[in-house]
Design a protein around this ligand. Sequence first.
Ligand code: SAM
Length: 293
Amino acid sequence: QGGALLGPKEVRELAERLGVSPTKKLGQNFVIDPNTVRKIVRLAGVESGDRVIEVGPGLGSLTLGITEVGARVTAVEIDHRLAAELPQTARAIQPEIFADEQDPRLRVIRSDALEITAAQLADAAPERLVANLPYNVSVPILMHLLELIPELRGGLVMVQAEVGHRIAADPGSKEYGSPSAKAAWYGEWRIAGTVSRRIFWPVPGVDSVLVSYERRSIPLGSDAERELTFEIVNAAFAQRRKMLRQALQPVLGPLDQAVATLEAAGVAPTDRAEQLSIRDYLAVARAHGNGHK
Ligand code: SAM
């Protein structure tokens, strides 16, 4: 099984040849199962001709699943050995797809994904994100890309189960936190599946889930509104056990002003952070912006 994808044998041989011993610091757990790769690409909604951004291609397990269906990949990898080897791996495993040098299906950017800029993606903004994200920085990377690339319509990421459930959580649930509220600014998130630890090498100490998203067709608000809304979300969750009339004083001002702004936004001042949807937070930001300060 596998055909033109990397299986357990290929992953190990490649790692050995490159002298790569996977590091925990960079969240290096490589997928060794072609079935899982194909499932991810299918659930991500990737189709022939799509422009996809992949963060952390590693040895190329997922990258080759994306190019296999005829999509183009911009891959952002922090580890220079892995970034340097990826084009060779692609040509060796999928020679028919990578034969045409005039039509590059793969572009590798060696960079920390948290530091890539719009200019680096300018000529062809990706429309879908597919990634097996490094676990310790998965939420900041997601937020950075969603903000940086408005063209990103949707995608699917593999993350640590706990983080995935937090991203997809609804208001009022125990997992709901600032990542859930901020992610909801951009679109709809849902758990699309779970994956066994055995599909990775090395086997990680935590479970993973697949989280898919579709961006809103109309943005909730402007960039300036988003910034203020996120500031309010941060303040609310920094003191999540307190009532909002208390927790939001650093942003909204003293008690009477905070209460007036919350009421103008149609939010009960006695509510707590986890009760508000992102639309409620936006309403608070707008009320604050309108002079209920
Ligand atoms: N996509 C590969 C796969 O599924 O087999 C590898 C996934 S592995 C969980 C995470 C990858 O992200 C590693 O290749 C690691 O070097 C890379 N990485 C870690 N931190 C990064 C960062 N800040 N920016 C870009 N890549 C990063």
